[in-house]
Design a protein around this ligand. Structure first.
Ligand code: PLP
Ligand code: COI
Length: 341
């Protein structure tokens, strides 16, 4: 298969339209058989549930070209089950988890020409999502839904790739107590748009959100979980009911313990203890691991000893091990890698 003529190394995190996408429709209580199609546009009634009451959720995962030339994806079963959780919380029908994984494989295989080559620094980002499609005007769930998957080749989420970023403590919340912060609902991201635009205008790359109830604990950013490294080399990562359970973070906890012999603490992280950490990073599918050099708290800077030049040494080890597993340089735990081609 011939690759598309794309300058892979200059890709940012943007949308490039590929040849195929997967679509399945839900009507009269059942999902149809689904198909790969070429039309990238979605045409819906003006009153569709997704437009009126934001009944939509999504997922994000990546496909990689491995060192020995295969195309693989990373733990798609966890995206399938997280999307099932999102759907249940939003009163949407669950797209069967085995069909989700099969549809991811089929979509990537059909777009193999867009999977960036090994070593290019780019990957194929896969975006499954679903939405309420029939007209809904009283506040209630839709009866009909569409599940879709498209993919797009991407480079680093933050400009500068592995260079440390500066983030700010947000005065806005991205989630509510007892709300939807733990699922991947489009509404959470709509809620964060004003905050991210404000942060960018002020020169920051992202927002640190605190727990919406007490504002004393660290939660996450708009699109990634936090990891912290203590001065004695432990991995600490925040636990909260309003954080999205990041698959990257859950994988890093295993990598830290089983591959690097580190102690891992998944617990409440108080804002007051940030000064005591040696390294800080953001982790997620899009972010991979993006190092944080400084956190600005209303003008007061919390500067991590790892500095603004490069990733801290422990973060780098985590990054190298995780990406080594994803790109086939290191043996993966059972079931983590799904071979596509
Ligand atoms: N937190 C939020 C709010 C996200 O949008 C994402 C991205 O998916 C993550 C965390 C990271 O999750 P994952 O590692 O599963 O991509
Ligand atoms: C991801 O990492 O997959 C995300 O969804 C983060 C962001 C692009 C919203």
């Amino acid at each position: 298969m011939e690759k598309k003529n794309i300058d892979w190394a200059s890709l940012g995190f943007g949308y490039v339209q590929t040849d195929y996408r997967y679509v399945s429709n839900y009507k009269d209580g059942a999902w149809d058989e689904g198909a790969l199609i070429t039309d990238a546009n979605v045409v819906l009634n003006e009153c569709a549930g997704v437009f009126q009451y934001a009944q939509t959720c999504f997922e994000g995962l990546k496909a990689y070209t491995t060192e020995d030339g295969h195309i693989v994806c990373f733990r798609p079963d966890l995206n399938a089950s997280r999307m099932a959780d999102s759907a249940r919380r939003l009163e949407m029908p669950v797209f069967p988890e085995d069909r989700f994984v099969d549809a991811v494989v089929r979509t990537v295989r059909a777009n193999a020409a867009y999977v960036p080559p090994y070593g290019s620094g780019a990957t194929l980002y896969i975006r499954p999502y679903m939405m309420g499609t029939n007209p809904v005007i009283g506040v209630k769930p839709a009866d009909e839904y569409q599940f879709r998957i498209f993919c797009t080749p991407v480079g680093p989420y933050f400009k500068g790739g592995a260079k440390p970023i500066v983030i700010k403590v947000s005065d806005f919340d991205r989630a509510a107590p007892q709300g939807t912060g733990h699922i991947k609902a489009g509404l959470n991201y709509a809620m964060s748009l004003h905050a991210i635009v404000t942060a960018h205008e002020e020169g920051f790359a992202e927002n640190m959100y605190l727990d919406p109830r007490t504002r004393t604990r660290v939660e996450e950013t708009g699109g990634a979980n936090f990891i912290f490294i203590t001065k004695d080399g432990k991995l600490v990562t925040p636990k909260s009911d309003s954080i999205l359970p990041s698959i990257t973070r859950r994988s890093l906890m295993v990598v830290a313990e089983k591959y690097l012999g580190m102690t891992v603490e998944h617990r409440e992280v108080f804002f007051d203890e940030l000064d005591s950490f040696a390294e800080c990073g953001l982790c997620g599918t899009a972010a991979v691991i993006s190092p944080v050099g400084k956190i600005n708290d209303h003008g007061r800077e919390i500067a991590f000893p790892s500095g603004m030049e490069e990733m801290g040494p422990v973060t780098k080890k985590l990054y190298d091990t995780l990406t080594g597993i994803q790109m086939g340089r290191l043996e993966a735990p059972e079931g983590w890698i799904v071979k596509i081609d």
